[in-house]
Ligand binder design. Sequence first.
Ligand code: NAP
Length: 253
Amino acid sequence: MDPLFDLAGEVVLITGASQGLGRRFARVVAQRGAAVLLAARQTGKLAALEQEIASAGGRAAAVQMDVADVAGLAVAVDRAEAAFGPVTVLVNNAGIAVEKLAVDQTEADWDMVMGANLKGAYFLATEIARRMIVRQHGGNIINIASVLGDGVMKAVSPYAISKAGIIHATKALALELAGRGIRVNALAPGYIDTDINHDLWATPAGEKLIKGIPQRRVGREEDLDGAILLLVSKASTYMTGSVVTVDGGFLLA
Ligand SMILES: NC(=O)c1ccc[n+]([C@@H]2O[C@H](COP(=O)([O-])OP(=O)(O)OC[C@H]3O[C@@H](n4cnc5c(N)ncnc54)[C@H](OP(=O)(O)O)[C@@H]3O)[C@@H](O)[C@H]2O)c1
């Protein structure tokens, strides 16, 4: 294995690992030798993934975690670290969207989206960063943003606002933590076919969206493998505060 991308010795905590991109990221980093902590609310799905990774010779442990429950994060991280030791890499991937026009979004919708995508991600990053600072071994945090943190689309305004926020949080945390040897970067995917949007692509609205992507196709989960490996691994040692966009050219159009 290329030593640049060898993750042996890393303990990678991935939120939203029960399905979609988080599950894919877990498989990718486990294959490269990392011990993976699989965090989400749906524990049945986490257990199935834990077993799949173990059967393939990897190391994984499921941890129930609601990232929006900020008061419960420290205990959840304690439980996670009991499995494989200190977290060396955090992938803040958990995220949700409520699809309604802005005039129909409720305060509860806003709180749910912000709670998971921005507040939860921010406070989990700071919880992990505090532990990394005490241990004095540096660390690595990757926030999963979105092209909608830059451009906007109708009917997902709290989501887009939360993703713009996580891009800014990435830069603010990167600046504060660089001196402690902790890197903070973001991965901003375009449209990737996952459980969250799978039914959309065959509809007229989905076909119209695909026509707006310069590469003329929706992304596949594996299209992010290279970018996540870059950010998780030593290959990105001199990167911090960066946003890596993987969108088939969507933001150009
Ligand atoms: N797919 C795309 O086209 C796309 C594009 C750009 C960005 N993204 C971003 O990529 C990330 C993953 O998206 P996806 O497409 O894989 O979506 P998905 O299939 O709906 O998966 C979302 C994951 O987030 C977890 N989650 C949601 N709320 C949570 C909470 N409060 N606490 C803990 N976990 C929570 C869910 O797990 P539980 O329900 O088990 O808790 C699930 O595992 C999100 O941040 C999303 O915004 C996706």
